[in-house]
Each structure stands twice: as C-alpha cells, then as structure tokens.
Design a protein around this ligand. Sequence first.
Ligand code: GLN
Length: 238
Amino acid sequence: MALVGVLALQGSFNEHIAALRRLGVKGVEIRKPEQLENVGSLIIPGGESTTMAKLAEYHNLFPALREFVNMGKPVWGTCAGLIFLANKAAGQKTGGQELVGGLDCTVHRNFFGSQIQSFETELSVPELASKEGGAEFYRGVFIRAPAILDVGPDVLVLADYSLSSKELDSIAALQAQNQEENAWSGKKVIVAVRQGNLLGTAFHPELTADTRWHSYFLRMINDVGEGASSSIVAVGAE
Ligand code: GLN
C-alpha cells in the first residue's frame, strides 16, 4: 500500500493527515531522513518556514528532501511548504534561509503583510472543475501568506489573485518600510502552481473542509507515479 508522507517538523501537518484520512488515504509523519524511504510522495505543510528550515537542518533533512524532489517523486508544498520548494525566496527576513528548491519560481514571504492581513478569498481554479462541469471556484485561506512573483517556462499557473488597489497601496507601503529592492508593482500574483512532480499553493487547503486540492494531489501521484511503489490505495474513508 502506498503512503503519503507529511513533513511533521512544525505547522499544520496534523490537518493534512486528517484531510488525507477523509479521502481514505494514510498520511505518515516524516521527521527523519530515513523515514522518506517509506513513502512515495510528500506534503510539506504550512507553518513558519524559518523555524521549519532550522528544524530540517537540525535533523539533516535537506539532502534527503532534495534527493526526493530530484527523483521526480510528487511533492506538494502549502504556504511555508511552498516557500521550501521554491528555487528563490524574496522579501523581508529571507537572507540565509535554506530552501529545498526544485520549483522554478520566486516566492515572496509574507507578501500581503503580517497576521492581521490574513484573509480568505474566492479563487478561480479551472483544474478543480469536475469532469461533469462542477464548480471551479475555491475558497483559499491565506495566513501570512507568500505570493509567487515569477515562474519559469516549465511551471503551469493553476491560480492567480488580483490585488485590490487598497492591497496594492499597503503592499507598496510595506515594501518601502522594509526597504526592499525591486518593490512589486504588478496587479496580480500567482498563488498555485504545478511543475511536473511538484505542486505549490500559497494558501492552506488543509484548514478547510474542502478536500479538492488533496484529491488533485492524489491524482497527480497516480499520474506521475512514485518510483517503485504502487499507486495510492484507499484505506477506508472515515
Ligand atoms: N509567513 C510564513 C513563512 O514565511 C508562512 C505562513 C504560513 O505557512 N501560513 O514561513
């Protein structure tokens, strides 16, 4: 039986495991490099990416995580997990933060501001439309969220977000206050991407009752494959 690993150093790993369980799939907590050998795919949860990076460094996880990504195994990063997967992180307090990398994009940490600028919004995600023509709208939960500012040619944009003029003003003020070089001036940011075996979302599907992103990742695992192991087998929904 194939299992989905969930990096369990910090952040919302329990919520991801619960969402997988609702779909009848077992999520396995990963804290040590050797535990990655037991799983064919991995979710890196939201949380706090600098803390997660320090813990990953302490447990010597970075080389094993990079190898996992480079072997083409499916990996999904949500929020802080997306930052982990990005090739480049921009913005305040990113200096020296170690990243796993692999996803050809630049992610800006805390793009929208601090905790009080957290928000929920309706996103249009064509990939989530059902074959029967079901809804493609998805309610994204953004908590001190990053945003993707640019992507490489192999990256498929799954969802973007148009900034209101109020948000543009507050982001410009924040970037000026933090004396950021190359302040952002675009009107849209990218919030969900796919690049082959890698999936990244700036929001938190694990904090909602809507499991469509988890289902999307399970489909991705079946499409991409997970090396030697077999496809995902349900273990009985709750
Ligand atoms: N702002 C956080 C960071 O930089 C991510 C927030 C989250 O995962 N909800 O790590």
